[in-house]
Design a binder for this molecule. Structure first.
Ligand code: FES
Ligand code: FES
Length: 188
């Protein structure tokens, strides 16, 4: 017999549950098969490629991403999550408005088959939100983008365009970076 748990969470601002689900269900299955949120992509299924990454907003630990293919519903129970369906804003008349990251991906044509794109967008969104709280020097942007996205695998190898889109958002958004410190020369 399949053991079940009572599951509830907040997903993209909406309360979900309580609902009975198999206790060994993975988050990606819950999203796709129970909630019809099909934007989260299942690729390797082993926590290796980051295609399936979703955002967790945790009041105690902050905001971070997890791989939905290896994260079970028991862990997710009670948490607050954002998926790719929850990233866009709204234009005031009910139409979706791409986030700055999504808009930059469109402008840079930062996708080919797009299978890895939701995971990249979610991790880049978390990075931008971290920089809103804790800006970095402008000359560190390249390294920080590489570090933040280096777990993401794109089988179409579109990395250059992804990274450029994220760098452009960070460097063009006021408050995410500050000028590099001025190094004063010692008098001779
Ligand atoms: S599909 Fe989840 S990490 Fe690859
Ligand atoms: S665009 Fe095809 S896997 Fe990344």
């Amino acid at each position: 017999m399949i053991e079940k748990i009572s599951f509830s969470a907040t997903i993209n601002g909406q309360k979900v549950g309580p609902m009975d689900v198999p206790q060994d269900l993975m988050m990606v299955e819950l999203l796709q098969e129970y909630l019809n949120l099909t934007g989260t992509r299942l690729s390797c299924g082993q926590g290796m490629c980051s295609a399936c990454r979703v955002i967790v907003d945790d009041p105690a630990k902050g905001t971070y991403t997890v791989a939905a293919c290896v994260t079970g519903v028991a862990w997710l129970n009670g948490k607050t999550v954002r998926t790719i369906e929850g990233i866009a804003g709204e234009d005031g008349q009910g139409a979706p408005l791409p986030s700055a990251i999504q808009q930059a991906f469109l402008e840079h044509f930062s996708f080919q088959c797009s299978y890895c794109t939701p995971g990249f967008v979610n991790s880049a969104t978390v990075l931008v939100e971290q920089l809103e709280r804790s800006p970095i020097a402008a000359d560190r942007v390249e390294d920080v983008v590489l570090e933040s996205l280096d777990k993401h695998i794109c089988r179409c190898t579109g990395y250059v365009r992804y990274y450029q889109a994220v760098k452009d958002v960070i460097l063009s958004t006021p408050g995410l970076t500050h000028e590099n410190p001025v190094v004063l020369e010692r008098p001779a």
